[in-house]
Design a protein around this ligand. Structure first.
Ligand SMILES: NC(=O)C1=CN([C@@H]2O[C@H](COP(=O)(O)OP(=O)(O)OC[C@H]3O[C@@H](n4cnc5c(N)ncnc54)[C@H](O)[C@@H]3O)[C@@H](O)[C@H]2O)C=CC1
Ligand SMILES: O=C(O)C(=O)Cc1ccc(O)cc1
Length: 309
């Protein structure tokens, strides 16, 4: 589908893209660049690409598809660095969990004639680094693209076809809308997980060993999310600040209402809420979405190839 793909950043997502592109014959030549020499060497040991460079500008030379796969906070510096080396007509995209900030940071540096189309595969795990990647990560997952008003339709279709070939269903939406939706379905759940695991860890009356020994599956689910990469999630919080703060405010209000119902023994309020939320879970299952982490969000038809937890 493309002659030369450059992946800038080779962790979970970059490594998975390299593997699926290689396995399905989507790309002739894969160029890999990342910031640390150790990670680059590991990518080479794993045979993820055809060429390896610490200098991202070298990797993007002659590439007709360039995918930024680093934490979102790194995108501006990377865009500035690679801009002069980008080939005319190339598609430049990313996989970041936030989109508005990527548009703001990257767009000013995109040279004339390069098609910049931000993207976000809604597929991942709590693991990070090149060893964590696997080629079926994107199968039956959504990939959201956030083209601008002046995006070239042909370039958009080419990038959409690439993601479909990686196994994903593609949707397009406005970058700001993406950030609001993802704040509630992805960013807030991670923050809640980081917070509850931190709270449990702080409790002096419950020793750490008791937290580990008696952790019920609900708490264990939170510990999986709370094991996600700290750099990535720091950047997500800082780069989707407004939407996350909006969702946190609503969440806190609703939590206060729950607190009040418990204090005043309002069993009806608790029962009604728990009944309503049970319905949401059922409608997700009926819509054909998988339920168990890390397969949540994968369409029901096929989850073969997902790694065991
Ligand atoms: N982990 C997940 O579940 C998902 C992550 N994403 C997004 O994908 C992107 C990458 O995430 P992961 O692959 O999980 O992270 P990761 O931590 O596994 O890999 C990040 C890679 O970027 C490199 N890197 C860091 N700073 C860099 C810089 N300045 N220049 C070049 N390379 C740099 C690191 O060395 C590493 O190779 C992030 O923007 C994240 O928001 C999107 C969907 C799911
Ligand atoms: O591991 C999980 O449950 C996830 O939620 C993975 C994930 C993390 C970040 C994203 O932007 C998209 C997917």
């Amino acid at each position: 589908m493309f002659e030369r793909m450059a992946l800038i950043g080779i962790g979970l997502i970059g490594s998975s893209l390299a593997q699926v592109a290689r396995e399905r014959g989507l790309i002739k030549e894969i160029a890999i660049s990342t910031r640390s020499a150790d990670t680059l060497q590991r990518a080479e040991e794993l045979g993820l690409g055809d060429s390896y460079a610490l200098d991202a500008a070298v990797a993007v030379e002659g590439a007709d598809l360039v995918i930024l796969c680093a934490p979102v906070g790194a995108n501006e510096a990377i865009a500035k660095w690679i801009a002069p080396a980008l080939k005319k007509g190339a598609i430049l995209t990313d996989v970041g969990s936030t989109k508005g900030s990527v548009v703001d940071q990257v767009s000013p540096h995109v040279p004339e004639g390069v098609h910049f189309i931000p993207g976000h595969p809604i597929a991942g795990t709590e693991q990070s680094g090149p060893d964590a990647g696997f080629p079926t990560l994107f199968d039956q997952r959504w990939c959201i693209l956030t083209p601008g008003e002046d995006t070239d339709p042909e370039a958009l279709e080419k990038l959409s076809a690439f993601w479909r070939a990686c196994g994903s269903d593609v949707d397009t939406m406005d970058a700001r809308h993406h950030d609001l939706v993802l704040a509630i379905v992805s960013h807030l759940p991670h923050l809640i997980a980081y917070n509850i695991v931190g709270t449990a860890d702080d409790l002096e009356t419950v020793t750490k060993s008791e937290v580990i020994k008696y952790s019920a599956s609900g708490f264990r689910d939170f510990t999986r999310l709370a094991a996600s990469d700290p750099t990535m999630w720091r950047d997500v919080c800082l780069h989707n600040k407004d939407a996350i703060l909006e969702m946190l405010a609503r969440f806190s209000e609703d939590l206060s209402a729950l607190q009040r119902a418990i204090r005043w023994g309002d069993g009806q309020m608790l029962f009604d809420l728990f009944t309503r939320t049970r319905g949401i879970r059922r409608s997700i299952i009926e819509a054909g979405q998988e339920t168990d982490a890390p397969d949540f969000g994968r369409h029901a038809k096929d989850k073969a190839g997902a790694p065991a937890e």
